[in-house]
Design a protein around this ligand. Structure first.
Ligand code: ATP
Length: 465
C-alpha cells in the first residue's frame, strides 16, 4: 500500500509536547502540551490545548489536576486520555474526521523491542476507536536522520523526560548502542525550582507546578542558563589558581574572574508579583553542567549517566556491535514493524527541513555510507562522528552544541567531527514532526509500512490462537 503524495495526518506525542498537522503543510496545525487537566466535581471535564490549560491552571482550583499521558520511556500508558487527546486534535485543531486521512505516528527508539502490546494498543485506538483508514508507525530518530538525507547518524535528543543517544547505521537503529538518562529538561526544571526556592511561594498543586514549568521556568532556562564550553569544575579551579597568583594592578582587569559576573532575571510569579533575581555566571553554568556531570547535583547520581559518558558509550557499543555482527543488531525495534531493517535508506532524498540545518564545525561532512558488513569499529566511529545530529528542545540551551563538539573531540581526537543542529529555534522544537512529515512526502520512501484494519484483525486472530 502506498500513500506517497497523499495528504496524511502526522501526530508526534513527545513526553512534554504533542505536535500535530498535515503532511502537505510546512508547519504543524498545533503544538500542545502532552498532558491534560482533569477537572473534578460538578463541572467535570478534561482540558487539552496550551491556552485552555494555562487558563485553567492559573485559576489554581483545588479540584483541577494535571495528568500525563506518556511514561518515562516515551510511550503512552494512559490510553483513554490519549484517545481523548487525539479526538481533541482531530476535532478542534485539524477539523477533520479521523476516518478521512491516513495517520502517521512516532515511537521513540528503544534498546529493546517495542512491546507488542503497545503496538496492539495503537492499532486498537486507530482502527477500532477512531476508524483511521491506514496507520504508519515511524521510529522518531530514524525519521530525523533520514529526513536530513542521512542513513547513518548519531542522534542526540535532549528532551524533557530523557536524554537519548541513538546510533543509526545504514538506516537501522543499533539497539545495543541506544543510551538514555533522566538528566534532561524536567530534571533542570526541578533544579531551577530548588535554586530559587527561597524566592518562590510554596508550590502545592500539580497545576501550579505545571504552570511554572510552562511559563517562567522555561524563560529562565532560555535566558539565564548557559552550558560551559568545558568542564566547569576545571574552569573554576583555573580561576581560583589565577586569583591566588599575584598580578600587576594594571593587568587585573584582564584576568578578572568572569564566573562572578552577574545576570539578572525578572521573576513573575502569581502570588509574589515581580522580583529581580541576580545570579553569578557560575550558578547559571552549574545547572546545565549537571547534565554532563550528574554527580555534582547529588553524589548518588552516577557520573556514567552524564551526557559525555553516554555519547562515548553509544559510539563504542555501536562500533563493537556492528563490526562483530556485520550488521546492526536486531534492526530497528518499532522499525521491525514499520521499516525494512536496512537497504533502501540510502534512496531517501533531502527532506524539507534539511536546508535549514547548518554545520557547527568546518570539517568536511561524510558523504559515503559504509557497507554494514566487514566494517571495523573505527569506521563506525568515523561514520557516526561525521554525522552527529543534535535535537530536542533542551539542546537549545546556550552553548550546548559547542560543549558536545568539545567533549566528543576530547574523547575521539583522531576523528573528524561534524554536528548538525537546526539553527531555527522553532524548527528545532518541532524537528520530529517536520521529519515525519518530510518522510511522508518522499515518493520513493519504501521503508515505511502502512497498516490497515485487516492487518489489525490478522494480528488479533494470531494472538487468539
Ligand atoms: P521527550 O523527548 O522527553 O519525549 P519532548 O520531545 O516532548 O520530550 P522537547 O520539546 O524535545 O520535548 O523538550 C522539552 C523540554 O525542553 C522542556 O523541558 C522545555 O522546558 C525545554 N525547553 C524548551 N525550550 C527551551 C529553550 N529555549 N531552552 C532550554 N530549554 C527549553
Amino acid at each position: 500500500m502506498s500513500h506517497s503524495g497523499k495528504k496524511c495526518v502526522v501526530i508526534h506525542n513527545g513526553s512534554w509536547q504533542t505536535i500535530a498537522g498535515f503532511s502537505n503543510r510546512e508547519t504543524p496545525q498545533c503544538v500542545i502540551p502532552s498532558g491534560y487537566i482533569q477537572r473534578d466535581g460538578p463541572n467535570e471535564s478534561q482540558i487539552f490545548g496550551t491556552f485552555e490549560m494555562l487558563d485553567e491552571a492559573q485559576k489554581n482550583d483545588p479540584s483541577s489536576n494535571v495528568y500525563t499521558i506518556i511514561d518515562s520511556r516515551g510511550l503512552p500508558y494512559n490510553w483513554e486520555a490519549l484517545e481523548s487527546q487525539w479526538r481533541y486534535i482531530y476535532e478542534k485543531q485539524l477539523q477533520t474526521d479521523p476516518s478521512e486521512l491516513p495517520l502517521i505516528i512516532s515511537v521513540p527508539a528503544s534498546s529493546s523491542e517495542i512491546d507488542a502490546r503497545i503496538v496492539q494498543k495503537y492499532f486498537e485506538l486507530a482502527f477500532e476507536r477512531l476508524k483511521v483508514p491506514t496507520l504508519q508507525i515511524v521510529v522518531e530518530p530514524l525519521a530525523i536522520a533520514l529526513s536530513m538525507s542521512k542513513s547513518s547518524a548519531l542522534v542526540i535528543d535532549i528532551g524533557a523526560r530523557e536524554c537519548k543517544i541513538i546510533p543509526i547505521i545504514d538506516g537501522t537503529v543499533v539497539k545495543s548502542g541506544v543510551m538514555k538518562s533522566k538528566f534532561a529538561g524536567d530534571f533542570l526544571d526541578f533544579q531551577v525550582t530548588e535554586l530559587l526556592k527561597d524566592r518562590l511561594p510554596p508550590t502545592e498543586s500539580s497545576c501550579q507546578m505545571w504552570y511554572n514549568s510552562q511559563t517562567w521556568i522555561q524563560q529562565f532556562k532560555n535566558t539565564m542558563l548557559q552550558v560551559c564550553d568545558r568542564n566547569l569544575v576545571e574552569l573554576q579551579r583555573f580561576h581560583e589558581e589565577q586569583a591566588n597568583q599575584p598580578q600587576p594592578a594594571d593587568l587585573q582587569q584582564f584576568t578578572a574572574n568572569s564566573l562572578t559576573q552577574t545576570k539578572n532575571f525578572l521573576l513573575k510569579t502569581p502570588n509574589r508579583g515581580k522580583q529581580t533575581v541576580s545570579l553569578e555566571l557560575k550558578d547559571c553554568l552549574r545547572l546545565p553542567e549537571y547534565l554532563f556531570q550528574p554527580h555534582l547535583a547529588n553524589k548518588d547520581f552516577a557520573s556514567s549517566d552524564g551526557l559525555c559518558e553516554l555519547m562515548s558509550k553509544a559510539i563504542k557499543k555501536a562500533g563493537a556491535t556492528v563490526s562483530s555482527l556485520g550488521t546492526p543488531s536486531g534492526g530497528g525495534n518499532g522499525a521491525s514493524l514499520t521499516l525494512n531493517e536496512k537497504g533502501a535508506a540510502s534512496s531517501a532524498s533531502m527532506g524539507g527541513s534539511t536546508n535549514k540545518n547548518t554545520n557547527a564545525t568546518a570539517n568536511a561532512p561524510n558523504s559515503t555510507n559504509a557497507p554494514a558488513s566487514g566494517i571495523s569499529p573505527e569506521q563506525v566511529y568515523s561514520i557516526l562522528l561525521t554525522n552527529v545530529v543534535i535535537t530536542g528542545s533542551t539542546s537549545l540551551l546556550q552553548g550546548m552544541e559547542q560543549r558536545i563538539v568539545n567533549e566528543l573531540s576530547i574523547r575521539f581526537p583522531q576523528y573528524k567531527l561534524t554536528t548538525y543542529a537546526n539553527q531555527i529555534l522553532m524548527d528545532r522544537k518541532i524537528q520530529s514532526w517536520i521529519a515525519m512529515s518530510s518522510m511522508a512526502n518522499l515518493p520513493s520512501w519504501e521503508l515505511g509500512k502502512w497498516f490497515s484494519a485487516s492487518d489489525y484483525e490478522f494480528v488479533k486472530n494470531c494472538a487468539k490462537r
